[in-house]
Design a protein around this ligand. Structure first.
Ligand SMILES: Cc1ncc(C[n+]2csc(CCOP(=O)(O)OP(=O)(O)O)c2C)c(N)n1
Ligand code: SF4
Ligand SMILES: [Mg+2]
Length: 269
């Protein structure tokens, strides 16, 4: 289909009028994620007013707020799941979706994350894992791989990173998926499954932060970072046949914990 230059973007109807200039750096993965999440909203039908998007502080916190033309809450650092819990208790009819960063959800907000998973709270958490604190200038995060230099680990991080998907799985999450910003269609499907799932849904999206992580780690700019994410992703069914050594440095992608009703998505390209 030919789209004329003046045609509105198909997702523009979900963007607040006057909020079309984003805070994201050129090449950031967050714009791809915003688009993929809105595609999920679009494909599920219904009204965007059925949703409440809750975010914390960080670049990823700007994905939904103030851009999405829905109810959005931009909360304090590490606290979006606490706010989302309150929203869900007050308005169980709403689809409550948290979108925030790996630092926000896995470091300062780590306790809220594991307890929401333990309670199997009916919210969807989309965790943008760029492996660093992006917004504040490239500090080490609990997801930063060992050895990677950051502004606070100039000689390389000596700590082991969290696998956030395994963390929430162990805590009791009933839907867990991982994709990367190089898999926009799969992100859309995972977000749909998460939102339609009744219980705690966690969708990790590995994303490029070329400005900090790419520069400090040596992965480079956005395009090589996206190639790395694509080329190092292993579908979950294939990963089951590989040993830990073969999975070193790879991202296992797909539905890692799937509710019985959902078809496993691990084989999807
Ligand atoms: C209580 C508190 N501590 C620290 C900060 C500073 N701060 C703001 S965003 C951020 C880290 C964000 O990292 P992440 O959640 O990974 O989001 P990203 O920017 O990488 O998308 C920090 C430490 C803050 N705003 N409030
Ligand atoms: S600092 Fe990194 S994560 Fe933040 S907007 Fe820029 S590229 Fe994206
Ligand atoms: Mg981050």
């Amino acid at each position: 289909m030919t789209v004329a230059a003046h045609d509105p973007h198909p997702m523009e109807k979900y963007i607040r009028p006057g909020a079309r200039v984003t805070t994201f750096c050129p090449g950031c993965g967050d714009g791809i994620i915003a688009h993929s999440v809105l595609r999920a909203v679009d494909r599920m039908g219904g009204d965007i007013d059925d949703y409440v998007f809750v975010s914390g502080i960080g670049c990823a916190g700007w994905i939904s707020s103030p851009y999405f033309a829905a109810d959005t809450l931009h909360t304090t650092h590490g606290r979006p799941i606490a706010f989302a819990t309150g929203v869900k208790l007050a308005r169980p009819d709403r689809r409550v979706v948290v979108i925030s960063g790996d630092g926000d959800l896995g470091a300062i907000g780590g306790n809220h994350l594991i307890h929401a998973a333990r309670r199997d709270l009916d919210v969807t958490v989309i965790c943008v894992n760029n492996r660093i604190y992006g917004m504040t200038g490239g500090q080490v995060a609990p997801t930063t791989p060992t050895g990677v230099k950051t502004t606070t680990t100039p000689a390389g991080s000596t700590e082991r990173p969290f696998d956030l998907c395994r963390l929430v799985e162990a805590a009791g999450a009933s839907y867990v998926a991982r994709w990367t910003a190089a898999h926009p269609r799969q992100i859309t499907r995972a977000v749909m499954r998460g939102v339609e799932h009744s219980g705690f849904a966690f969708v990790e999206i590995v994303a490029q932060c070329p400005v900090h992580f790419g520069k400090l780690s040596g992965e480079g700019r956005a395009v090589p970072m996206m190639h790395l994410m694509r080329d190092n992703s292993v579908p979950v069914r294939q990963a089951a046949k590989l040993g830990p050594g073969e999975l070193e440095g790879k991202w296992v992608v797909g539905d890692l914990v799937a509710p019985p009703a959902a078809a496993p998505a691990g084989g999807e390209e």
